[in-house]
Design a binder for this molecule. Structure first.
Ligand SMILES: NC(=O)c1ccc[n+]([C@@H]2O[C@H](COP(=O)([O-])OP(=O)(O)OC[C@H]3O[C@@H](n4cnc5c(N)ncnc54)[C@H](OP(=O)(O)O)[C@@H]3O)[C@@H](O)[C@H]2O)c1
Length: 301
């Protein structure tokens, strides 16, 4: 009887910890010069219980010696009010990085606010100046989640040159920037990328071609073993909160049906504990970049 194949579980936490240790050293050096990196998160219409992702970002920033504040705006705020709140943080010298937590409640539209955070404080890497720079391979703040996915793939799969990567989802903060980063003509990258979305016909015919499949579609357990080529590496970006039948329990699931996919793939990221910790680590790295630049000590912009 042959043993049932099970994929390697690609945990993000050990690599995230390494990245955070590097960021901690940079923040220590800044604080020695009396500069405390400041992260400001703006939420609109947050539930009274708060937002667990915002809490995680702030806790992580504080654990490394940065300052983190949350500006909670009501769901009723209008475009001008949100713009003014973002401009105020843009002017604040103690704030080095600003995040506008998405999605925004209707009728606010995120694309109307992309330029309300100054490019140098846009640690999510979505300001058109930053996007224009990273598309052209220039130094810029880059979105944290795709940076985390690239770091994980480089660590696990080594050289990605010529690998067939299929990404499901073309969002501003995950799928689209990831497609740009992985296809950069750079040592270790240089992959062949297919970007799928809701207009893609016969999704599985594309995903089954992938050496590396990255899923960021926001649909719980939508990718099953039938979508995966045997031996592929599968990265699950999705996060869904699932009410657990156990009393008081809550659990998280991804866009990938982990139990079926692990029997086909060579490696698969778990949810939680896969991409999430890397996103937070990369965000803190962006914050350190911003604070170093503001202090005149940083990497070239
Ligand atoms: N782990 C982390 O750190 C992290 C960070 C960010 C986001 N997330 C999670 O990742 C997931 C995706 O978030 P996001 O912000 O990138 O995406 P999003 O803005 O929710 O967009 C989803 C993307 O998936 C595509 N899509 C939806 N259904 C599809 C289908 N049936 N077939 C093919 N494509 C389909 C959409 O296509 P269209 O463009 O055509 O609509 C869109 O491009 C969410 O669960 C989110 O919570 C996790």
């Amino acid at each position: 009887m042959s043993a049932v194949h099970e994929a390697t579980v690609l945990a993000g936490a050990p690599l995230a910890q390494e990245i955070r240790e590097g960021v901690r050293r940079r923040i220590d050096a800044l604080r020695a010069r009396n500069v405390t990196p400041g992260l400001a998160v703006v939420t609109v219409g947050e539930p009274p219980s708060g937002n667990p992702y915002v809490r995680a970002k702030c806790r992580a920033a504080e654990s490394l010696g940065a300052r983190a504040t949350v500006t909670r705006l009501p769901a009723t705020i209008d475009e001008a009010g949100l713009r003014e709140a973002l401009h105020a943080l843009g002017r604040d010298p103690a704030t080095h990085g600003v995040i506008l937590q998405l999605p925004l409640p209707a009728p606010l539209r995120e694309e109307r606010h992309l330029e309300d955070i100054p490019a140098e404080k846009d640690v999510d890497g979505v300001h058109p100046l930053n996007v224009g720079r990273w598309v052209n391979g220039l130094p810029a703040h880059r979105p944290a989640t795709p940076l985390g996915v690239v770091a994980l793939l480089r660590r696990h799969a080594g050289d990605l040159s010529g690998k067939r990567v299929v990404i499901v989802g073309r969002s501003r903060i995950v799928g689209r920037p990831l497609s740009v980063f992985l296809s950069e003509r750079k040592e270790g990258l240089n992959a062949t990328v297919t970007l799928c979305h809701s207009g893609t016909r016969d999704l599985a015919s594309h995903t089954r071609e992938a050496d590396i499949l990255v899923v960021a579609m926001g649909k719980r357990a939508a990718i099953t073993a039938d979508h995966v080529r045997p031996g592929a590496i599968v990265v699950d970006v999705g996060i869904h909160v699932v009410e657990n039948p156990q009393p008081g329990g809550r659990k998280y699931e991804g866009d990938v049906d982990f139990e079926s996919v692990r029997r086909v793939a060579s490696a698969v990221t778990p949810v939680p504990g896969g991409v999430g910790p890397l996103t937070v680590a990369m965000l803190l790295s962006n914050l350190a970049d911003a604070a170093e630049r503001a202090a005149g000590a940083g990497p070239a912009a």
